[in-house]
Write a protein that binds this ligand. Structure first.
Ligand code: AMP
Ligand code: GLY
Length: 423
């Protein structure tokens, strides 16, 4: 069969890698892809938000299955556009992708269906939000309602910071229309864990857990980023917590979406925080995580095509979802300065060191081909993933492999997975 993947990051490279392992697949396209993805897929020069063009491409090239990696096209309704043409596509429809596209929607959903999450208020009027701030206990969390590249969340230590935050989100519109509405949320304390789940709308099956490191600098300092590294599984996600999440969070979320007439087919990514009062949902995403996919997918034993097709066909209950009994760590190599100013176009060397090395992967994010070289082309450049029998071993392997590639201004965190020592 022929598969089209939509997106251009490390997540899409990891998806392409899993798809390429399936004996059912003869040809993979990726739009728009990147220099690493081009080794596995034919890259197509169509942007992820050019929904009609993508559907036309899928139609004229007889694509059997399209997999949407990114959030923006899902929230914009790419699945509806494909389905209108009778094309097979994996991901939630627009009316279900809203679970990621609007934090106000997801908070109201959790409240209505009793799914554990932080207490909150929603505002569409900046003045009302500002007067509410004097009644809050601090710290509090301000969240732009819409998509903001993972940056629309501000943790405010006092009322002055919160006032400045309201200005940033609702008045200066630093995150654009994402800030038309804003959620003000109780600040929660605990370890974070990401659980990505497959859903066919009725049945939901959780994948192995992972933990992201969102801040730019070691010891969780610096600005929030898309994610600087991950490990999987999370040793803090115990069997007891897992059972709680399956019973009180994952199942109820999918049932709630169905009840609301927004049947959710696709990846439900649940961002959890493990508080002293039990697990609570921080956020939902409607797609694989990046870089969560880079540690979860290499550990998945089940053929990804079988799973995705079962989701589309409402047959996920028949799938035996299996993961390797090992661990993986991914360290993101970024351009120094990310997530603010950084330079592009630096030549990358040493990528060939990953060829034929079992258990080691180099996933490309911001890379491009130029004059016969592979060069940096984004803030997050590469994801170095290594497996090991244990998290400690995977971590040592990943940090060894980090040295196999070089480029000017290469920057990475040194403490990805360090927390496993506390488990
Ligand atoms: P989100 O995009 O909603 O997951 O938020 C991004 C990050 O902000 C999360 O991964 C947390 O580290 C932090 N965060 C979000 N909401 C809260 C909260 N209610 N309490 C504490 N930290 C939070
Ligand atoms: N790594 C977090 C995300 O993909 O949203």
């Amino acid at each position: 069969m022929k598969v089209l993947i939509v997106g251009s990051g490390g997540r899409e490279h990891a998806i392409a890698h899993s798809v390429a392992k399936s004996p059912k697949v003869d040809k993979i396209y990726c739009a728009p892809g990147n220099a690493g993805i081009a080794e596995l897929c034919e890259c197509v020069d169509i942007k992820a938000m050019e929904l009609e063009k993508l559907a036309d491409f899928a139609e004229s090239n007889q694509i059997d299955l399209t997999i949407v990696g990114m959030d923006d096209p899902l929230v914009a309704g790419i699945v509806d556009v494909f389905e209108a043409k009778g094309l097979r596509v994996f991901g939630p429809r627009k009316n279900a992708a809203i679970i990621e596209g609007s934090k106000a929607f997801s908070k109201d959903l959790m409240k209505k269906y009793n799914i554990p999450t932080a207490a909150y208020e929603t505002f569409s009027d900046a003045d009302k939000a500002l007067s509410y701030l004097s009644t809050c206990n601090y710290p509090i969390v301000l969240k732009a309602d819409g998509l903001a590249l993972g940056k629309g969340v501000l943790i405010c230590m006092n009322e002055d910071e919160a006032k400045a935050g309201v200005k940033t989100i609702m008045q200066d519109k630093q995150f654009g229309d994402a800030g038309n509405n804003m959620v003000v949320e109780e600040f929660l304390v605990g370890r974070e864990v990401s659980v990505l789940c497959y859903s066919d709308g009725t049945t939901i099956k959780a994948m192995t857990s992972a933990q992201d490191h969102k801040r730019a600098k070691d010891n969780d300092e610096g600005l929030n980023t898309g994610g600087m590294g991950t490990f999987s599984p999370s040793p803090f996600y115990t069997d007891e917590i897992k059972q709680f999440c399956e019973d009180k969070v994952f199942g109820p979320t999918i049932a709630a979406m169905k009840e609301e007439g927004r049947t959710f087919v696709g990846i439900l990514f649940v961002g959890l925080i493990l508080t002293a009062d039990g697990p609570k949902v921080l956020e939902y995403n409607a797609r694989f995580g990046d870089p969560e996919a880079q540690v979860v997918l290499p550990r998945m034993k089940t053929d990804i095509i079988d799973v995705l097709e079962a989701c589309i066909d409402g047959k996920l209950a028949d799938i035996n979802l299996e993961f390797e009994d090992n661990a993986a760590v991914c360290v993101i190599l970024a351009s120094d300065g990310y997530p603010e100013q950084y330079e592009k176009g630096k030549i990358i060397t040493g990528l060939e060191n990953f060829a034929d090395k079992d258990g080691y992967y180099i996933f490309h994010s911001g890379t491009a081909s130029k004059d016969g070289n592979i060069v940096t082309n984004g803030g997050r450049v590469l994801g170095v993933t290594a497996k090991g029998d244990t998290l400690l071993e995977a971590r040592a392997n990943a940090y060894e492999a980090v040295n196999w590639v070089s480029f000017e201004n290469k920057y990475y965190r040194n403490d990805i997975g360090k927390a496993i020592n506390e488990a």
